[in-house]
Design a protein around this ligand. Structure first.
Ligand SMILES: [Fe+2]
Length: 200
């Protein structure tokens, strides 16, 4: 949410500066400074979001750490009741944001690497899970959070996530990791961190 606000503000600032009629006029300068500050803030925020993943070490540790984060958010979400609409929507928003970043890393780097190393359909299976995850997020966002079915749907969503995470962590990721050289794993880590940073 903050991301969109910063982004719009930044664009607005630039547009106004240009529309002001050539160069940085008296009105445009503060806006330009604001735009630069906004840009720096958004870079800092991106680093703060991607930092823990980078600090985790290699790509597999980073993805595991993100799994734990999403699980914690789900535990809080599943502990809510029908009177806590705002909290439900806030937690769902956080989950959706974390999963979008996570999915960008997996879908753009790890799954293609998996498909190349092990062309046995596992990568396609995991991609299919991600499509289902997006459907769950869409459905829950559209549903009234006070609806008695909301929590049941959220629970089904978490079951899918847990199953997906277990497959990745217990079997598929260690298999891929072991099949690659240290250098190849290092390259994947760098590529994956960049994909995460882009959407952090
Ligand atoms: Fe994952």
């Amino acid at each position: 949410m903050t991301h969109h606000m910063n982004h719009t503000g930044r664009l607005g600032g630039f547009n106004f500066g240009r529309g002001g009629g050539g160069g940085l006029g008296r009105m445009a300068l503060p806006l330009a400074i604001g735009a630069i500050a906004g840009l720096a803030m958004s870079q800092g925020r991106k680093l703060a979001v991607q930092g823990p993943s980078i600090a985790a070490g290699d790509w597999m540790d980073a993805l595991k750490l993100e799994h734990r984060g999403v699980e914690r958010l789900f535990e809080a979400l599943l502990a809510t009741d029908e009177t806590q609409k705002l909290k439900r929507n806030m937690l769902l928003g956080k989950i959706a944001y974390a999963l979008t970043k996570h999915a960008n890393q997996e879908e753009n780097v790890i799954y293609p690497a998996l498909k190349e190393a092990q062309p046995n359909g596992q990568a396609d299976h995991l991609s299919h899970d991600h499509a289902q995850i997006k459907t769950f997020i869409f459905e829950l966002k559209r549903m009234d959070a006070a609806d008695p079915r909301w929590l049941l749907r959220a629970r089904e969503f978490f079951e899918l996530i847990q199953h997906h995470v277990r497959e990745e962590e217990d079997e598929i990721f260690p298999g891929l990791y072991a099949s690659l050289s240290e250098e190849e794993n290092g390259k994947l880590t760098t590529m994956m961190n960049w994909e995460g940073y882009k959407v952090a």
